[in-house]
Design a binder for this molecule. Sequence first.
Ligand code: HDE
Length: 702
Amino acid sequence: MAKAPRRNGNTAAIHDQTLTRGDGGELHQRAESDGAVLTTAQGGPVSDDQNSLKIGPRGPTVLEDFHFREKIFHFDHERIPERVVHARGYGAHGYFETYDSLAKYTRADIFQRAREKTPAFVRFSTVAGSKGSFDLARDVRGFAVKLYTKEGNWDIVGNNIPVFFIQDAIKFPDMVHAVKEEPDRAFPQAQSAHDNFWDFISLTPESMHMIMWVMSDRAIPRSFRFMEGFGVHTFRFLNAKDESTFVKFHWKPKFGLQSVAWNEAVKINGADPDFHRRDLWQAIQSGNFPEWELRVQLFDQDFADSFDFDVLDATKLIPEEVLEPIPVGRLVLDRMPDNFFAETEQVAFMTQNVPPGVDFSNDPLLQGRNFSYLDTQLKRLGGPNFTHIPINAPKCPFNHFQQDGHMAMRNPVGRTNYQPNSFDEGPRESPQRGFRSFADAEAGQKLRLRAESFADHYSQARQFFNSQTPPEQRHIAMALTFELSKVETPVIRERMVAHLMNIDEGLAVTVADRLGIKELPRPADAAIVPRNDLAPSPALSIIQNGPESFAGRKVGVLVSAGADAALLKRLQSAVEKEGATMEVVAPKVGGVEASDGSWIEARHMIDGGPSVLFDAVALVLSDEGAQRLTGEAAARDFVADAFAHCKFIAFTAASVPLLQKAGVDPKADEGMIDLTDPKAVAGFVESCRKLRLWGREMAVKL
Ligand code: HDE
């Protein structure tokens, strides 16, 4: 047997499943021959881990059994509080590579040298659901990046949506209470489609812009790899002369944007609740490293003063067409954590972690976050020494006089634990190298106020809607209808339609009609008349920012016994040439015998590999196989769903009976690709670059 792996010289060995036999005899022999003896946490060797210590074979367990007590005690305390928001998440390691020096704008060390590589850890998340919820909830995605710079950790704790629901941090607990499960019944889980959420939203007009994003396909991404990230707030860069430039951070995915259809999301949650996790895991493990480009929108006070909206208002964005984001570096994720708990669960992101040369703006949301993130770590990680946990520790030298507390792992040596001191011991502050805040002049009355400049709640919501392609606009209308149809209180539905009237009357009419609202409400009172003159911003659309490539995507091929082996080989090589992958779905997971007698391994049986798990599908069936599958609901669903979700479908002539039985016309549109023509394989992969044939949607009427 192979040697049990050891970690970092730790004696705790990870042993083979077969070692957990009832009597433990085999375990003894193997462990001893490997030199890895099971011990207690105190290091004491354990003689029997299968039976507790008893008085006689049928007698009581004795309190004296310290190994038993230690084992159960530790197990009882395995859980730490989940994050109050963003509980469900998945992380990976990687690096950030700086393109060119940005010294003109910032003195942050990370931006001083071209091609500098900085270690990074990223955690993606949903917001509303608890830790065990499913990945394809309609929700904002967290996009939190920790950069271990040479001047300390810099956390850009962002989302995949560039604006937020609220303008002032004091509303955050209300907003989160409203979206999470209702407190009396404890449902719905990981869903915004319920009364409390829409009640709060319909009473909070500042959330309308964000609501447009959350009802769009941005909230149901196909993969973490295919979504953007945004720092959301306006930050500052400070250069060596302490001159300030405002900055907004945008992460652009190398593989382009892509989302799924809502009907598909619902089914993915059933078929694979870990869809996003698995996707990231598979991509990184197979060496297809996800990548994003960091782009920055840089602007000065004059731009801020003349811009249409207040740059301190997190419900507004600066369109990329108005202020072009400049590429400054790339983020590559190339390694999964060794241990989910140690790294992804314990990682503590904090907005206030900024290096010298990066500073905050007065955005009242950011100001509130700078308190919350430190506070939350104390609760979750149990004490003030959470920076001693390896994932949170800086990777640069650090020296301070903080000491003691629960679980202190790094303890000072020597006599002086204060400064100034007479012994010339210990670190000293550095006015040159240390963090300096921008010396902005602040004045005013102390009041609980919302700036007048934050008062326009509809114009950018309208601009977002106007920037979408027709299919994307349809999806927004469908999402609003779906969500509001789950709201049991009619007045909340109507109040929402009244807000939509200020965003787009056509949208309001469609939603009202689909909800069965007989009389269209008056537009909601608006503090500022919504503007009509904001130019559409194509950067806000997913479809207009597609990759024009199928790289990183997945084809599911449904096969049966007697499938054309040569065709499958051609398909596989064309898909792989494109940088995509192919997975075989067969009646039995063991696989099928192909036409030439070769054996084709399958990845899924049909029930376990529904077409919602793939970006495109192919049917490579024999005459007999197709006939047989016409009688199987899972096979018919495979085809019908792929068609309904506007996917490209390639098929052999023999597969036509299954298409027909599933109600799909083999000649329905250009998304149906007959593989009879030998050139069709290449044509199929080329078509897949469009990702979806949204034009089909009107015919399908999902
Ligand atoms: Fe957070 N947020 N947030 N948030 N947030 C947390 O911190 C908070 C906001 C975001 O993967 C918590 O460690 C307040 C905006 C992400 O570990 C908590 C406000 C944006 C993550 C917290 C906001 C975010 C969090 C919960 C209103 C996008 C997950 C656990 C002012 C720019 C990070 C924790 C991870 C997590 C507070 C609003 C992003 C409670 C008070 C806006 C990605 O501290």
